[in-house]
Design a protein around this ligand. Structure first.
Ligand code: A4P
Ligand code: MG
Length: 180
């Protein structure tokens, strides 16, 4: 019997190992000290259970897409490895957003913190709560520029490589912040 528990633990460990997925998260903020919001959010992403941070991009300043007359955004991308399932990861991201007192004023409107799952391994997900790859990531310079900095060889399923995607869009509306 003693050995049985060991086998069980080993099986569970190997299942967890199999579920390890490479994930990219887009971070965005344009209210209430956006640089600080993003830096804090990076630290909070590190605290998500069963998840490790592999890399984080520089911070980028970008022209807002959506309703006019909103402040410029700070955007960045984080590269994580996670054992969580997609919806559990989304729950964790929404908890972090809530902690930043995020209030949804308007669709694509200003926000203290927006955390989007850009890529979840090679998975393609179309559920009520979650669409992955993020439906606009392949045409957004504020996503592709930071993503290309930390994962220049990454492929967006059905869209192509990040470097090729960048060549197809205007990218001069996004610039890397030179922080001390
Ligand atoms: N949801 C579905 N798919 C995902 C996903 N892949 N990751 C659902 C995260 N959430 C996902 O999100 C609404 C719902 O989307 C969530 O409850 C989740 O179940 P939201 O962030 O509350 O709503 P939203 O702002 O109305 O829309 P959305 O789709 O998040 O907007 P985007 O596409 O994120 O765009 N301009 C610049 N320069 N930089 C920006 O970062 N961001 C936006 C927001 C607009 N303009 C911007 C920027
Ligand atoms: Mg969002």
């Amino acid at each position: 019997m003693r050995g049985h528990g060991g086998v069980h633990t080993l099986k569970r460990a190997s299942q967890l190992w199999l579920m390890l997925e490479e994930v990219f998260i887009g971070l965005g903020s344009n209210l209430q000290d956006p640089i600080q919001q993003i830096q804090t959010a990076f630290e909070e992403l590190r605290q998500i259970p069963q998840t490790d941070e592999m890399a984080r991009s520089s911070l980028y300043c970008s022209v807002p897409i959506g309703p006019p007359n909103q402040p410029d955004y700070i955007n960045a991308v984080a590269h994580l490895m996670t054992h969580l399932e997609p919806l559990a990861l989304l729950d964790a991201l929404q908890t972090i957003e809530a902690a930043h007192h995020r209030v949804r004023f308007a669709h694509w409107g200003p926000r203290t913190l927006d955390l989007d799952i850009l890529l979840f391994g090679n998975r393609q997900i179309h559920s009520t709560r979650l669409v992955v790859p993020h439906p606009y990531m392949h045409v957004r310079s504020f996503v592709l520029k930071p993503l290309s900095e930390i994962a220049p060889n990454i492929e967006v399923p059905d869209q192509g490589g990040v470097m090729d995607l960048m060549r197809k869009i205007e990218i001069d509306d996004v610039y890397k912040l030179q922080l001390p």
